[in-house]
Design a protein around this ligand. Structure first.
Ligand SMILES: NC(=O)c1ccc[n+]([C@@H]2O[C@H](COP(=O)([O-])OP(=O)(O)OC[C@H]3O[C@@H](n4cnc5c(N)ncnc54)[C@H](OP(=O)(O)O)[C@@H]3O)[C@@H](O)[C@H]2O)c1
Length: 248
């Protein structure tokens, strides 16, 4: 049994990470502003990290704007290293996004910076790159108003948060630091984001119209598969439809 702190414990992915670690009988300190721990201002962080061996960082900025997201990741990465070193934390494991190495703008570029910032700190860092989450499709619909939603018809190998959480917990507890390439986890098959959103939209009474994604950062390379899993990626279910069938 180890003691873990989970940054972003109340988020889409974070709540599954807490569940998986708890089921595996680890001690878990949930960290989010809702639990009184702010990884940007540092409020509550020293207390939360007391006795912690591993930090799992699944905290996120709430919007897609590159500069604000990069600021969030810069400050949180510095704080997790500084407070973590003082507390005797042995390593940080972080969730990133498949294909960030190809990103030139937007949130994915901020995540690329996040990886680099974390890797430049004093503590050892393990990275797991994941595909877009099944759970993120609902967020994309929520960001649009009305009965019609416009979604990019771009490919994504969507994956369930629970599947990512299991992989992240495994990486965090694996002996030794895994060498390159950076591990990846993705769903069992390529989906088209607009088609997945249409399945969810049908349940919500929202008509989904697929658009070409122009205007989005890196849409052209995304259409060619720049954010799809690498050949070494682990692929695991459920598919989006299977996952959707389990949702209330
Ligand atoms: N969404 C995707 O499809 C996807 C795909 C691959 C990888 N990822 C990566 O996976 C990670 C988790 O994403 P997610 O979609 O699960 O995020 P999310 O649902 O937006 O959750 C964000 C979490 O961060 C916490 N948080 C925000 N500001 C904080 C602060 N100042 N101090 C402490 N906690 C803070 C939030 O809680 P409070 O608001 O209570 O603070 C929440 O628990 C991110 O690194 C993301 O880039 C996401």
């Amino acid at each position: 049994m180890s003691k873990f702190a989970v940054a972003g414990a109340t988020g889409r992915l974070g709540r599954h990470v807490v569940d998986v670690l708890t089921e595996r009988r680890h001690q878990v300190v949930p960290m989010s502003r809702a639990t009184g721990v702010d990884i940007v201002t540092g409020e509550g962080l020293a207390e939360a990290l007391a006795g912690v061996e591993v930090v799992i960082d699944v905290a996120s900025w709430h919007a897609s704007e590159q500069e604000a997201a990069t600021d969030f990741f810069r400050t949180s990465a510095r704080n997790l290293h500084e407070y973590g070193r003082k507390a005797g934390v042995a390593q940080i494991t972080v969730a990133s996004i498949i294909g960030v190495g190809n990103a030139t703008g937007g949130f994915l570029a901020a995540k690329k910076a996040h990886e680099e910032l974390l890797l430049s700190g004093p503590l050892p860092v393990r990275i797991l790159r994941a595909a877009q989450f099944h759970e993120f499709v609902g967020q994309l619909l929520d960001w649009q108003q009305g009965d019609v939603a416009y979604m990019p018809a771009l490919p994504s190998q969507l994956v369930a948060c629970r599947t990512v959480a299991e992989e992240l917990a495994g990486l965090a507890t694996a002996p030794g630091i895994p060498g390159p390439p950076i591990p990846e986890i993705a769903g069992p098959r390529k989906e088209i984001l607009a088609e997945a959103a249409a399945l969810l939209g049908a349940r919500r009474g929202v008509k989904v119209v697929g658009v070409d994604g122009s205007g989005m950062p890196d849409a052209e390379i995304a259409a060619k598969g720049a954010f799809l899993p690498s050949p070494h990626a682990k692929l695991a279910g459920p598919t989006f439809q299977e996952w959707l069938d389990t949702q209330p």
